[in-house]
Design a protein around this ligand. Structure first.
Ligand code: GLN
Ligand code: ZN
Length: 766
């Protein structure tokens, strides 16, 4: 039996890589200094795994920005627009230019696109392919990393994005070809890399092929077989691991197990039920890597359960053919639980239930020891400790709240329904709200200036007392209300100055949430997120936002919109408990938000927005699982929104708006108003709503808030004309694409003044 790690986090124990990259980009440190930081992190990671006793330690899992972009540079798929930089700059500068764009030395080159890596919160840089895309070995990173591991005495296992997953992750930038056809050009480069690795003494190679766990068409299936047959033919002696993760092999099982490789890795956290099928199907030339330690969550492994999996596999295929591993790369786990030292932030009771990347490495080693015939005393002690922690978590009074469980149980479909259908509500709301045609609003946040952030930091450090901080926030809020009144916005917002983050702010006020000090996970490039941990039954002990909404409303005769984050988004952007279905956790959050919505109504707030930007990204990887997810996700939103009177107008907001295949579900959410992202697509995204004859009101964003550029009134009028051509004017709102927190005040002011004028012109002329 052997242990291996699919990949290790590379941000460093205290986000050294982030800091070094950002310092390099702003010219504060030299290239050599950045490279030194990268080298140190890689060495530390290897050493840690070596000391723990991992058999196969990965290399090439380190990256300065993104592993997919590394592959793009390796195979030389450099888009034309970077040619000039490629010519003049170092390899790493070219690489960063591709990731981040390049605006210097008279050049202005856009970055490559970024998108989510499967259903994780990690974003990768999307490869761009032309019709006759050529590939050549451009960067030697893989080989260099292998050699440098060898120098430290490790015969590492290079981790390489598999050729099919690489192609399938990319985008065809022109018409008239299928990216899979590029495999003929790509394969020789892979062969070349493998040759060099073999010449340097590599034994094991890991190909990451998560697409094997997704829905594939016939052509993709055939290409998989063709590619791996060819690779096998060229390298009879290398040991190939194919790593699948994030879902089960399912309908791909029968042929995927026949691919001519040596080890197949499967994800038994996401799809534990596949073990039996896989064990039945694998030929006796194939070894099996059991992904049993969750690479995407922070919970301690349940050793008894994992040992049952291991024993089953050993019985069927023998221990020589069994590998033990995390479910996927540990890239998606925070670095080290040992650095959580502040008991006021993370209590010891909760901490004992958790494991970060470093702890997961030890779990894997311990599982191997426990599965061997004679575990030593120490190892048996580990098992006993593990059992105790697992048992403690199951029965802890911190987790279980019978009232919350009961309430979720008795919640019925009726609780997820507004009193009257939309057309009735619309009339009532119109009578109360008296809004003009093309009403204007914003998505919630106003600029989080340096000043706002420094006041929050001072307050957190205790340098400001509650009254001082409160006074400052009130001033900022009042100023924002006055300014919105002045420029003539119809539905105002308070500005969200009191919020650090749209999920954390709510998590901090809900029971059942814990926070970490250092639980950072890479989101993209140098950006890291620190998701809250939902460990127990969720409820809301006190109102969370009423104070600020009520204060803002008291300042003005106009309507102020209450602003909440929806249950699916809170769930999606947290580490979620794994001892009950996600749908149930989501329902508990929904009930907490419902209480908040009802309290806002009681406090006189007549318009309430429940943001759900993450509803689409929560879609399961397999289409056959979509409807089940959408059913509980939509229901959770409805539970949160349906406790109010007809006259109270519920809004929702979503950032990504490609809704073609789920428009029915979006309509089922039955929000009175939905604001969406539309301006970058020139209102094209509205077509899904138009074709569907979406009945409720819509605010298609009329300008892109992700750029500092100030849009003109005329272009927004044009966009409104386009919108009105497909959606009746009576249904339309006018607003930016998303919240304004990342923008500066001067550009925000100009843009919103122009937006209000555009709405007026639209109302007068249409
Ligand atoms: N209300 C939030 C804001 O304006 C919405 C942010 C989001 O959709 N991501 O910041
Ligand atoms: Zn948004």
């Amino acid at each position: 039996m052997q242990t291996h790690i699919l990949g290790y986090p590379r941000i460093g124990s205290s986000r050294e890589l982030k800091k070094a990259c950002e310092n390099y980009w702003s010219g504060k440190i030299l290239l050599e200094e950045l490279l030194e930081v990268g080298k140190t992190i890689t060495q530390q990671n290897w050493k840690l795994q070596q000391e723990a006793g991992i058999d196969l330690i990965p290399c090439n899992d380190f990256s300065y920005y993104d592993q997919v972009l590394d592959m793009t540079l390796t195979v030389g798929a450099i888009p034309e627009r970077y040619q000039e930089i490629a010519f003049k700059k170092s390899e790493l500068d070219l690489y960063f230019a591709m990731a981040r764009g390049f605006q210097k030395d008279g050049l202005d080159i856009t970055a490559m696109e970024m998108t989510k890596w499967f259903d994780t919160n990690y974003h990768y840089i999307v490869p761009e392919f032309q019709k006759n895309q050529e590939f050549k070995l451009f960067s030697n990173k893989i080989i260099q990393e292998f050699i440098s591991a060898k120098k430290t005495g490790i015969n590492a296992k290079p981790v390489i994005i598999g050729p099919l997953t690489y192609l399938l992750s990319g985008k065809e930038k022109e018409e008239g070809f299928d990216k899979l056809d590029l495999v003929q050009n790509l394969l020789p480069v892979y062969i070349q890399i493998l040759k060099e690795l073999e010449n340097n003494g590599a034994e094991y190679i890991q190909f990451d092929e998560p697409f094997l766990a997704l829905d594939l068409n016939e052509k993709a299936k055939e290409t998989y077989q063709l590619v791996y047959n060819e690779i096998r033919k060229q390298f009879p002696d290398l040991k190939f691991i194919i790593a699948t993760y994030f879902d089960g092999l399912k309908d791909n099982l029968s042929w995927a197990t026949l691919l001519p490789v040596d080890i197949l890795h499967i994800d038994l956290v996401r799809c534990p039920e596949q073990l039996d099928e896989v064990l039945d199907a694998i030929p006796n030339t194939l070894s099996l890597s059991l992904g049993i330690v969750d690479g995407r969550n922070i919970w301690k492994n349940d050793f008894s359960q994992s040992l049952a999996f291991i024993h089953k596999a050993v019985e069927k295929i023998g221990s020589e053919r069994v590998f033990i591993a995390p479910s996927c790369s540990l890239l998606h786990s925070p670095f080290d639980l040992d650095s959580e030292k502040n008991e006021d932030i993370l209590s010891p009771e909760i901490k004992q239930w958790m494991a970060f990347a470093k702890q997961k490495v030890y779990e894997i080693v311990n599982l191997k020891k426990l599965a061997s015939e004679k575990p030593d005393y120490n190892t048996l002690q580990q098992l006993a400790d593990n059992k105790k922690a697992v048992e403690n978590r199951k029965t802890s009074t911190l987790i279980h709240n019978q009232d919350v469980k009961n309430r979720a149980e008795v919640t019925t479909e009726d609780d997820a329904k507004r009193n009257s259908p939309f057309n009735v509500r619309k009339e009532t709301q119109q009578q109360v709200l008296q809004l003009p045609l093309f009403p204007t609003t914003t998505i919630g946040s106003f600029p989080q200036t340096k000043e706002v952030r420094s006041w929050r930091a001072k307050f957190k450090k205790g340098e400001l007392n509650v009254e001082q901080y409160d006074t400052f926030l009130k001033q900022e809020t009042e100023r924002t209300i006055r300014w919105q009144e002045e420029i003539g916005i119809d539905v105002l917002v308070h500005g969200e100055f009191e919020r650090n983050d749209m999920v954390e702010y709510f998590g901090e006020q809900l029971e059942g949430f814990a926070f970490t000090q250092n639980g950072w996970v890479q989101s993209y490039g140098s950006r890291c997120v620190k998701p809250p941990v939902i460990f127990g039954d969720v409820h809301r002990p006190n109102p969370m936002t009423v104070y600020w909404s009520e204060y803002a409303q008291s300042l003005t005769q106009k309507w102020v919109k209450g602003m909440l984050t929806g249950p699916v988004t809170i769930l999606q952007w947290s580490f979620v408990r794994d001892d009950q279905p996600r749908s149930l956790t989501c329902k508990q959050i929904a009930l907490a938000i419902r209480d908040e919505v009802n309290d806002l109504e009681k406090a006189g707030i007549r318009i309430i927005q429940i943001d759900e930007p993450a509803i689409r990204e929560g879609l399961p990887l397999r289409k056959s699982d979509w409807q089940n997810y959408l059913k509980w996700a939509v229901e959770a939103f409805r539970i949160s929104a349906s406790g109010v009177e007809d006259a109270t107008q519920v809004h929702t907001h979503m950032c990504y708006s490609e809704f073609n295949d789920i428009i029915q579900n979006i309509a089922d959410m039955d929000a009175d108003v939905i604001t969406i992202e539309c301006s970058r697509s020139q209102m094209e995204l509205l077509n899904a709503f138009a074709d569907f004859k979406y009945p409720n009101e819509i605010g298609p964003g009329v300008y892109d808030i992700h750029s500092p550029r100030v849009p003109s009134k005329e272009e927004m009028v044009e966009l409104l004309k386009k919108a009105q051509a497909v959606i009746p004017a009576q249904q339309l709102w006018v607003n930016p694409d998303c919240g304004l927190k990342t923008r500066h005040w001067d550009e925000t002011e100009k843009a919103l003044i122009a937006m209000v004028e555009a709405a007026k012109e639209a109302a007068e002329t249409f």
